[in-house]
Write a protein of this length. Structure first.
Length: 148
């Protein structure tokens, strides 16, 4: 599936994601967040949800994206197994000043079905403890700690 690995942690779930692009990082982080909660192979792609977010900080944008996905699970009883993410940076002014990152994502999944979905660990939220998103040479890396 995605390019992520789970790390040992005492009370919560921590994972790192790697990617050649921000798109890959966001998609892999979303997959890891749902893999903690449900067997992704059993989640059919019946429902499509469009997510639009923006933030001046790319790390906060990732954090808010994961928060939104967890909200959709809690409020709408949706679990997702496929993500398609697009991230664009709007620059301000003529001198390439940092602007605002805009995310558009399509999440595909379905309503939770207790007969087919064996629910694993319930994720409450991402946390800022040990959280990072950074570019290392030509790749990106992120670490996320999920409160369970």
């Amino acid at each position: 599936m995605g390019n992520y690995r789970f790390l040992e942690h005492t009370a919560d779930v921590m994972f790192e994601v790697n990617g050649k692009s921000l798109k890959e990082i966001f998609e892999n982080a979303a997959l890891a967040t749902f893999e903690v909660q449900v067997d992704l192979k059993k989640v059919k792609r019946k429902v499509k949800k469009k997510i639009k977010l923006k933030n001046k900080d790319i790390g906060l944008l990732l954090f808010e994206f994961l928060e939104e996905l967890i909200y959709l699970k809690d409020a709408k009883y949706l679990v997702f197994s496929k993500f398609k993410v697009s991230i664009k940076e709007n620059l301000l002014g003529k001198r390439s000043q940092k602007g605002e990152f805009k995310l558009e994502a399509n999440a595909e999944g379905e309503k939770i079905d207790p007969k087919r979905h064996e629910l694993k660990t319930d994720v409450k939220a991402p946390t800022f403890h040990n959280f990072f998103l950074k570019k290392i040479k030509n790749n990106w890396k992120a670490r996320v700690l999920l409160d369970i």
